[in-house]
Design a protein around this ligand. Structure first.
Ligand SMILES: [Zn+2]
Length: 194
């Protein structure tokens, strides 16, 4: 009886859907702290860009900062989704790429969270979950209507900080482009991302 219960608990434990950066030191959820207002504001922009694609099945995503987290993590647990970032990672992305860098990496993670919530005809069946998250990131970048320069900065941030399971950047580019154009992005800005 207790063995069965243990198995069920293990099956439904937290699952790290996507992780950027090394998993060292180990993440300790007890060190989760409320995210900063700046980070929440950027997450709100990503949410607004993508919400129409998952409504009415959008997951509720909570966001935390945590010094023990990997750079950025999306964790699913018992139907809850949480995004956890390492404060030093956001500082570093912001220093290099500005707001657009943070928007882009958040959009990739939110893409994981909303993936599969609703049928999406343009999503290709042979894309892996990492590529689908990139397609959503491209979609979000289009919806946020960034300048060419900000768009390039966002893509550079995605390229610079892949997860260990992300495919090569050359495989990711066409998928990001596809998501971008499917969501109404200005194709003339896309010449910059090759
Ligand atoms: Zn990912």
């Amino acid at each position: 009886m207790s063995r069965i219960l243990l198995t069920v608990l293990m099956l439904t434990g937290p699952e790290i859907v996507c992780r950027l950066g090394p998993a060292d030191p180990p993440y300790n959820a007890y060190s989760d702290e409320r995210s900063t207002g700046d980070a929440l504001e950027l997450a709100g922009k990503v949410n607004a860009a993508l919400v129409s694609w998952c409504r009415p099945n959008c997951p509720t995503i909570s966001m935390y900062r945590n010094v023990t987290a990997a750079d950025l993590m999306l964790i699913r647990n018992e139907g809850q989704v949480k995004l956890v970032y390492k404060p030093a990672f956001f500082t570093s992305v912001y220093d290099q790429y500005g707001d657009a860098g943070i928007l882009a990496v958040l959009a990739h993670e939110v893409g994981h969270a909303i993936d599969g919530a609703m049928p999406t005809p343009w999503m290709k069946a042979n894309w892996t979950s990492e590529l689908r998250a990139d397609a959503w990131a491209g979609c979000a970048l289009a919806k946020m209507n960034l300048s060419s320069r900000a768009l390039q900065a966002g893509l550079n941030a995605l390229s610079k900080y892949p997860s260990p399971s992300h495919p090569n950047w050359t495989a990711r580019i066409p998928v990001l482009q596809d998501g971008y154009t499917q969501c109404g992005g200005d194709a003339s800005k896309l010449t910059l991302i090759r």
